[in-house]
Design a protein around this ligand. Structure first.
Ligand code: GLP
Length: 241
């Protein structure tokens, strides 16, 4: 894993956005694996700013998101579908039919997982996957203990993950209990991966990621096996390492 250390959240967002823009310029029809959560918001802001100022175009770009809650209506403001549309897609020129998220309202969620896995294959695989990390080491919604061989699947969210994400909801009880997530093997099949880590709350897990061997109890450690991973971390996130 290649580590890029930056000063703060602003620099992290700028650096990550720069690498994404580079990929889209090199390959306009790239398949971008996108993430949600707090850390990546600044990256989307940078990409939007660049789209407006420098006219980087996403007209041919395709996107697949890592995960989606089960049971929230698509237009629920905390669904990842709404998050992506509000914070990114509606501000750039990506075509709606080129953007994909798991359908958390599917009647048969197992079939939906299979459909999503096939869709990623049909798109030709992911060129660049953007990842955040949970305080417990989760990637996507792959909680500790998830098999490194897992494909897109349904997960029961760890209580700590629901608590961490409760800040976006009116109360912990409104945070969904389950989600659909790309599996660890799905993520690992991406040609390139960029993990962004910011803030003190992530300092312990980032230290564990670099010092621990590969273990399914820390999902992100699987990334050690991937040949093209860049970790971008700010000073606060690197404070324990
Ligand atoms: C969430 C998402 C992940 C995200 C992670 C960290 O639960 N499912 O994809 O990377 O947790 O989120 P944040 O950046 O808000 O700390």
């Amino acid at each position: 894993m290649k580590l890029i250390a930056v000063k703060d959240y602003k620099q992290l967002s700028e650096k990550a956005a720069k690498l994404i823009i580079q990929k889209v310029n090199e390959k306009p029809d790239a398949v971008l694996g996108l993430a949600t959560g707090g850390t990546v918001v600044g990256i989307y802001e940078e990409l939007i700013r660049d789209h407006k100022e420098n006219a980087t175009s996403y007209k041919h770009t395709r996107s697949v998101n890592l995960d989606e809650y089960i049971g929230l209506a698509p237009y629920h403001e905390q669904s990842y579908f709404s998050y992506m549309n509000e914070l990114f897609f509606k501000e750039i020129d990506i075509q709606a039919q080129h953007t994909h998220l798991p359908n958390g309202q599917a009647h048969n969620v197992t079939e939906e997982c299979e459909r999503y896995e096939q869709l990623i294959k049909a798109l030709g695989g992911i060129d660049l996957q953007l990842l955040g990390i949970g305080e417990n080491g989760h990637i996507g919604f792959n909680e500790p203990g998830t098999s490194f061989h897992s494909l897109t699947h349904v997960v029961k969210l760890a209580q700590s993950t629901r608590e961490a994400n409760a800040r976006f909801f009116s109360s912990i009880d409104s945070v969904p209990t389950h989600a659909i997530t790309m599996g660890i093997a799905t993520i690992m099949s991406s040609r390139e991966i960029m993990l962004v880590v910011s803030g003190e709350k992530k300092a312990e897990i980032l230290c564990e990621l670099f010092t621990h061997g590969k273990t399914e109890s820390i999902p992100a450690t699987v990334l050690k096996d991937h040949l093209n991973v860049t970790v971008i971390a700010d000073e606060q996130a690197l404070s324990v390492l």
